[in-house]
Design a protein around this ligand. Structure first.
Ligand SMILES: *Cc1c(COP(=O)(O)O)cnc(C)c1O
Length: 442
């Protein structure tokens, strides 16, 4: 490379590294990152959208729970607090994250099981025999697609697939075209797990209602990363994960939202004792508990609920607007680094450039990424890989710094063989590394 090229790219690197430091310095949420376990190392964690980091507070919360509550109160704990946690934490989640008034949200099961229960409950509410179709999209998360396929088989229904663009997602027009007099229920993800595309939840919900159908949203990648207003949008049902942006820990239980409108008399299909009226009477026959409690089935998973409470408290303190603002700055900086370093090396962007149209992760594609991900993990740079050739850079707003993001993308550039890496560039990876991204920060 020429001296001029080397100097230009060196300047770019300096400028971008300074920019990361400036963004951290200007970040009103920067100090919150110190509240998370492991943030005092150089590890670059870019996968908080898949498994969030634990809060330091969780260590004490869980250990005092074991010592005092479980160990001390033993079985009495169920009567004193634990039995009410699914609703208590559900209400807090509704308030802090979902834009949901109390009494509509519970914590239970896994997202897969909650979605099953909600979709079956929604179908049971559809009385028009002409409505025989469930609308879903080809790029939804596998579990969503599989379980809708299973439900369709169980219920003798037809699937109507929306062909979603894997680099963006499902549009309002596509939903309008797919949903009609034959539609019973529409199931979609708010933020696409692959591209990070942020669907227009209010407009799509309204379009589904116009078609006379019911809407079930999967909020796994939006709960805790983007602002959500379920009540305002008059959403029918929603489900989501708590181990992603809500940091409930591996396998922490999911949440279910059921609009008050549907709470009188709707039936979910898994009749367990915890969803029964007067569970401890253990009487004959199932009679659903009133309200959203009837959406419970079995014994609640207390550990995961206690773990997520720390993050819910934090979100209530700072507000989702501030979380979303930082998320937009983080994804915009990821795009800036991409433009400067990765686009010239032949990496494709598979996330919308418009910040209004994306959640809190950025997906980039390159044939070298499958192998590269293992190398990155070995270097303590942790994004995740999504077949066939995508790296997802997940940016959990409360626990990720701009410098951490900088280090991670710098490692990717290094492995791609950028001009300062000393490595042999991959075929097609050479190019001008001098164009600082002109992506506006939003
Ligand atoms: C992560 C995720 C799930 C996970 O479901 P589990 O039952 O917790 O395994 C489901 N749907 C979407 C869209 C997801 O992103």
């Amino acid at each position: 490379m020429s001296a001029v090229e080397a100097e230009t790219s060196g300047n770019t690197t300096d400028a971008l590294s300074q920019r990361a430091r400036d963004l951290d310095a200007a970040d009103p949420l920067a100090d919150y990152r110190n509240l998370f376990v492991g943030t005092d190392t150089d590890l670059s964690y870019l996968d908080g959208n898949s498994l969030g980091r634990p809060l330091k507070r969780t260590v004490t919360d869980i250990s005092s729970f074991i010592q005092d509550s479980w160990g001390g109160r033993l079985i009495r704990g169920w009567d004193e607090e634990w039995l009410e946690l699914p609703q208590a934490i559900g209400d807090q989640l509704g308030r802090a994250v979902l834009g949901a008034a109390p009494g509509q949200t519970v914590i239970a099961d896994s997202t897969t099981v909650v979605l099953y229960k909600l979709i079956r409950a929604a179908l049971a509410a559809v009385t028009d025999p002409a409505r025989t179709e469930i609308v879903l999209d080809t790029d939804n998360f596998p579990t969503d697609r599989y379980l809708v396929e299973g439900i369709a088989r169980e219920e003798g229904l037809t699937l109507r697939w929306i062909d979603a663009d894997p680099a963006s997602g499902v549009s309002v027009d596509q939903v309008r075209a797919a949903a009609g007099p034959a539609t019973a229920v529409v199931v979609l993800s708010h933020v696409a797990y692959r591209s990070g595309f942020l669907a227009d939840l209010p407009a799509i919900t309204a379009a589904v209602h116009d078609a006379g159908a019911l809407m079930v949203w999967d909020l796994c990648h939006s709960a805790g990363s983007v602002e959500i207003a379920l009540d305002d949008a008059d959403v029918d049902f929603a489900a989501g994960c708590t181990y992603k942006y809500l940091n409930g820990g591996p396998g922490s239980p999911a949440f279910a939202y059921v609009n008050t409108r549907h709470l009188g008399g709707l039936r979910q299909p898994i009749w367990g004792w915890m969803g029964r009226k007067d569970a401890f009477e253990m009487g004959p026959g199932y009679e659903a508990a009133p309200g959203v409690r009837g959406f419970l089935s079995g014994t609640p998973a207390i550990f995961g609920m206690l773990a997520m409470r720390g993050t819910l408290d934090l979100i209530e303190e700072v507000g989702m607007a501030a979380v979303r603002k930082k998320s937009r700055l983080l994804t915009a900086f990821a795009l800036e680094l991409y433009e400067a370093w990765l686009a010239p090396a032949g990496v494709q962007l598979s996330t919308p450039r418009d910040p209004e149209l994306r959640g809190s992760h950025v997906t980039i594609d390159h044939p070298a990424f499958r192998e590269m991900t293992a190398t990155l993990w070995g270097q303590d740079v942790i994004p995740d890989f999504r077949a066939p050739q995508g790296i997802r850079i997940g940016l959990s707003p409360l626990s990720t710094s701009f410098s951490e993001l900088y280090r991670g993308v710098a490692a990717i550039r290094e492995l791609l063989g950028g001009p300062e890496s000393g490595a042999t560039p991959l075929p097609g990876a050479a190019g001008g590394f001098d164009n600082i991204g002109d992506v506006p920060l939003n």
